[in-house]
Design a protein around this ligand. Structure first.
Ligand code: HEC
Length: 185
């Protein structure tokens, strides 16, 4: 009898978890006005199906992990492992370029900063090639617009006008923000 009761309790827990998760997902989609894509709905059941006794012992932890995936509404690029690695390497170089440019700007070393902007963020042959490898057309266009803004940043820095330079830098960083909000690997 006791075993039977624990069975009922356990199965109620497992039966309720996917429901609770699905409900959290639909709340989110009402807020943003977009229904969750099919791939995400599928991951609800998958996450619930993979619930282990360890997860069950800490429902809060289990819930947070699953919710994190569900709420990631960014468009996946579906990259190969090589492309993923290559992209992230490039991204870290972009980050380093931004750091270098802000430091040089603080020291009013405009010429040096312009060189970094042109060579690291501008639309070089290498970057053109890299952007051309992506299948997602919107991503490709955003990447090219970003690198064009890198060229514009270089030009603004060459004027040695701090305000113009900061405005241009702000625009370039705006592309980083915009793309990261929209896409994931
Ligand atoms: C056209 C799109 C696009 C632009 C523009 C872009 N990124 Fe990214 N970046 C990505 C994507 C996609 C990822 C992978 C994110 C993910 O899968 O969660 C990424 C990841 C990163 C990462 C993580 C690297 C790692 O090793 O994990 C850093 C840092 C980064 N970007 C910095 C930048 C900076 C700085 C800029 C602007 C100067 C920038 N990115 C512009 C698309 C872009």
């Amino acid at each position: 009898m006791r075993a039977f009761i624990s069975f009922i309790v356990a199965s109620t827990f497992f039966a309720l978890s996917p429901l609770a998760l699905a409900e959290a997902g639909s709340d989110e989609s009402t807020k943003t006005g977009t229904p969750p894509p099919p791939a995400l709905s599928h991951s609800h059941t998958e996450a619930a199906g993979h619930a282990t006794p360890a997860n069950a012992a800490d429902p809060a932890k289990f819930y947070m992990g699953a919710a994190h995936n569900m709420r990631d509404k960014r468009i996946p690029l579906g990259l190969s492992p090589e492309m993923k690695h290559h992209q992230l390497t490039n991204m870290r170089a972009h980050m380093a370029a931004i750091q270098s440019i802000t430091g040089l700007l603080a020291d009013k070393k405009f010429e040096k900063a312009a060189k970094v902007a042109h060579s690291q963020l501008g639309l070089t042959e290498e970057m053109k090639q890299m952007c051309g490898m992506f299948e997602n057309e919107d991503f490709k266009q955003l990447g090219l617009a970003f690198h064009n803004s890198g060229n514009e940043l270089g030009k603004a820095l060459q004027t040695k006008n701090m305000k113009k330079s900061l405005r241009a830098l702000n625009k370039t960083i705006g592309y980083c923000v915009q793309c990261h909000e929209k896409f994931r690997q």
